[in-house]
Design a protein around this ligand. Sequence first.
Ligand code: FES
Ligand SMILES: [Fe+2]
Length: 312
Amino acid sequence: MKLILPGVPWLIAHKSMLGINRPNKITLNGQDYVLWQNVHGEVFALDNVCPHMQAPLSKGWICRERDTITCPFHALEFDGKGRLYQQKTPIASPLKIECVDDYIWTYGGAKPKLPIPDLIERRAQGFQFVGVTGQESIQGDFLSNLLINYDYNHIKGTHRELFNIEAIEISDYEEQGYQLKLTTKIIRGKNSLQDVLKNPVVAILPKTYLNQFEYSFPSLNSIIGTFPLGKTLQIHVIYPETEKQTKTFVLVFAQANAIVIQLLKKLLLKGIEDIVKQDNTTVESLYPRQKAKIKLPNEEIMFYAEKLYKDW
Ligand code: FES
Ligand SMILES: [Fe+2]
């Protein structure tokens, strides 16, 4: 397949998503890889295709003493550098990854064109990590998934049930190359008891609140929400699996009283998971894109992202 945005650093996982001594298959730009983590938090990554007779290594098993993966077909054993365990001959291809704290980045073998962004580190300062939610493989091309993140009007349709939005006001818009910032003020209508029962998180959403967005094109979109009980930080991550399939997950952080975080943790993760599901349902339902015959306010932000994508 034609590589999507070659040279972009992709955030492929948070370490908590990998488990310990368990093979994980990930797909990036049409290639399958296998990743595993040992008890010390070291992560290994290889091309998922066994160099013997092309079995998927991710279906194999990990040896915790030797940090190796064994192929499920004829049981050849490889270390994290792709070397046959007994002979030290490198025959499987390693994937070059870079771990920044608990975040696993890769260029998927392409020549780097952008540095790994410092957005997570900067934005998460003073926040407590709550968890990862909304892990999905979406049937939809990368651009459609990218654009919905920069689309300020879809909240009224796609997320109507959850937020019941009456108005969105945008301020402090700033763009600088691949970085973009803005603030939205969300003004909501009343939720019915039915809405609350369906998604209890709406019960703690105030009538108006602020969301501060900061993007690092193309993979990250961060949102700090300010509420009476504290702040939340969501980092929405996307990367292209194939031409028609996009991976997404959300890193969730909070800044509040520790008891409040503990109490609201499940609600928060579930609320965000539902938001992601609503976006995915929309993206998966779209007909092929045509030139729009009408323009809505604030769509320039979306067109800016689209231009970055097309000019890559
Ligand atoms: S296919 Fe992997 S060991 Fe034979
Ligand atoms: Fe959305």
